[in-house]
Design a protein around this ligand. Structure first.
Ligand code: NOJ
Length: 569
């Protein structure tokens, strides 16, 4: 699970403690704002997304090498219920089916990632290129284009070839820059005649922090306060190198664009009249999105990161800052290496200033000197870190506009999960989330933010990293217990489809009927189509299995509650 700056379970606990201590606190009044009726600019692109390890399955098929996520998920105790992405949605075998779901949604683009070890099993191009892997992506790209769906392709969504980790320490080692560049070059060579939108990294923050600080993600390292900075440094260099490769060797022939996708929560000052809180909130965003965006748009790390990490490092008696530095030459090489910015955004935090003494040791989190809080009134339907705070989206987008010179933006991830044991196709909270977040996006465009496309995350329910299959982000429900992994549309499919067809929210009268219409259909069996041709089985899912499972859930919860009450007495 991506916690977007919330450092793990014990910190969430801390957050709850903070909250109860702050019960008398007057939550900053943030008006939800009136709903804005209007449409998006002509040509605005509507999409959905996925990533290779989360959906493809076929982890050891057709010559694919192992990735660090294959290794990590196979270790006991790393993933909830010890789940793995071994088969996941079997997306590798269901390209046609999934494209028909996209067509049904009327998507104009699809974001997916390429598995590096599927193309280059050891990660090192000179060792071996797996033609079967190339065939798979060739076919996916061709079918998308035939369906008039633009592929937006990410080169790295966290699945580093394991050999590179075992042999060199992965992203901790500067040699990744040239291995990654070789891989990218191969992708440009083989797919670049058809792919016009490339993203080097999806959310490198997560690889740095969750992979190398907290260890919740592969490769599972806890190199607190040093590892994440080193890893990010190498990823930024790798990004810049790949941009230059594309720019000098491929752009004139292929005429595409290359960017990076950065995820970030919005950080709102707890007390908007308190300068310390205002600065802390800005630090929060600078330590996440700014960490990567500032070098790429301005040539160096945010000043506030240099100051805070430098000061703490000195207090800790270190000869130099734990934040690495770029040489003058590197700065100018890195600056300006994004043709567009991919933005992934899910949630918001209130931020207040909080000092962490340097003597408490190294940590990315304490380097920031802040505390994160949430408003208990914010809806939180799924993942524990994900509160629905639509207005934060508009603020983050405006921050990007002012900080980085109004770059072209594609929203590459935005969505919400559900955490329920019961099959839930009537996902009215997801409808609400997308409606409100997309509306804030529309307002941001009216503010002048240069957003060209929106990607709902995600097309399907899928492997949700360390949370296994327990958190479902999909517009389509996937029945993971069935070997065939059938997909079923949730009500949000109908709703998103209407937003796409209308290119926004044309009028109150029209929009008000959408939710009713979308949720009306979710309770009837005829819309449970998806890829499983056995309609009778699908009817069974809603008409028999759903009520039965739900009843069982309720019964089990009641028994559990009684058991707890008894123990207390
Ligand atoms: C962002 C990650 O890139 C994606 O893989 C994940 O599914 C979502 N966060 C939700 O946690």
């Amino acid at each position: 699970m991506l916690r977007h700056g919330v450092p793990g379970r014990c910190h969430v606990l801390m957050l709850v403690l903070c909250l109860s201590a702050a019960e008398d606190f007057q939550w900053t009044k943030n008006e939800w704002g009136a709903f804005y009726y209007g449409t998006f600019p002509t040509g605005f692109s509507w999409g959905a997304g996925s990533s290779a390890y989360q959906t493809e399955g076929a982890w050891d098929k057709d010559g694919k090498g192992m990735s660090i996520w294959d290794v990590f998920s196979h270790k006991k105790g790393k993933i909830l219920m010890n789940d793995t992405g071994d088969s996941s949605c079997e997306g590798y075998y269901k390209v046609k089916d999934d494209i028909s779901l996209m067509k049904d949604l009327k998507l104009t683009h699809y974001c997916f990632s390429i598995s590096w070890p599927r193309l280059i099993p050891t990660g090192i191009k000179s060792d071996h290129v797996n033609e079967k892997g190339i065939e798979y992506y060739d076919n996916l790209i061709n079918l998308l284009l035939e369906s008039k769906i633009t592929p937006i392709v990410t080169l790295y969504h966290w699945d580093l070839p394991r050999v590179l980790q075992d042999k060199y320490g992965g992203w901790q080692n500067i040699s990744m820059v040239s291995y990654f560049n070789d891989f990218a070059n191969l992708c440009f060579e083989r797919f670049g005649n058809r792919v016009k939108y490339w993203i080097t990294f999806n959310n490198p923050w997560s690889t740095a922090v969750e992979g190398h600080e907290t260890g919740e993600h592969a490769p599972g390292l806890q190199l607190r306060g040093t590892g994440p900075y080193r890893v990010a440094h190498h990823m930024i260099k790798a990004h810049a190198k790949v941009w230059h490769t594309y720019d000098t060797q491929w752009r004139h022939k292929q005429k595409g664009l290359l960017g990076i996708s950065l995820s970030g929560d919005w950080g709102e000052p707890v007390d908007i009249t308190n300068l310390k809180d205002i600065e802390a909130a800005e630090r929060y965003v600078q330590f996440s999105m700014g960490w990567f965006a500032t070098p790429i748009f301005h040539g160096d790390y945010p000043q506030v990161m240099k100051d805070y990490i430098g000061k703490k490092s000195a207090e800790q008696g270190l000869g130099s800052s734990r934040l690495p530095t770029f040489s003058a030459q590197e700065k100018s090489y890195i600056k300006g290496t994004s043709d567009f910015l991919g933005v992934g955004h899910f949630t918001t935090r209130y931020i207040t200033q909080k000092n962490f003494p340097s003597s408490r040791g190294n940590s990315y989190f304490t380097d920031r000197d802040l505390a994160e809080l949430v408003d208990p009134h914010w809806p939180d339907p799924g993942s524990e870190w994900l509160y629905s705070v639509p207005w934060g989206f508009r603020r983050l987008l405006n921050f990007v506009k002012t900080q980085y010179g109004n770059p072209m933006i594609y929203v590459t991830e935005n969505g919400v999960s559900e955490k329920t044991l019961c099959t839930e196709l009537c996902d009215d909270w997801r409808i609400q989330y997308h409606r409100d977040y997309i509306n804030e996006l529309l307002k941001a465009i009216k503010d002048g933010v240069n957003v060209k496309g929106y990607t709902a995350w995600s097309l399907l329910d899928k492997f949700e990293w360390d949370e296994g299959y327990s958190e479902r982000f999909g517009l389509y429900y996937v029945d993971f217990r069935n070997k065939n992994k059938p997909r079923y549309p949730k009500a949000s499919v109908q709703y998103y489809k209407r937003i796409i067809s209308a290119n926004g929210f044309p009028s109150q009268r029209e929009v008000e009927s959408w939710k009713r219409k979308a949720t009306e259909t979710c309770s009837t069996s005829n819309q449970l189509l998806a890829t499983d041709p056995l309609t009778s089985h699908m009817e069974m899912v809603t008409e028999i299995v759903v009520p039965t499972v739900c009843t069982l859930c309720i019964l089990l919860s009641a028994v559990f509650l009684m058991f707890l009450l008894r123990r207390r007495n």
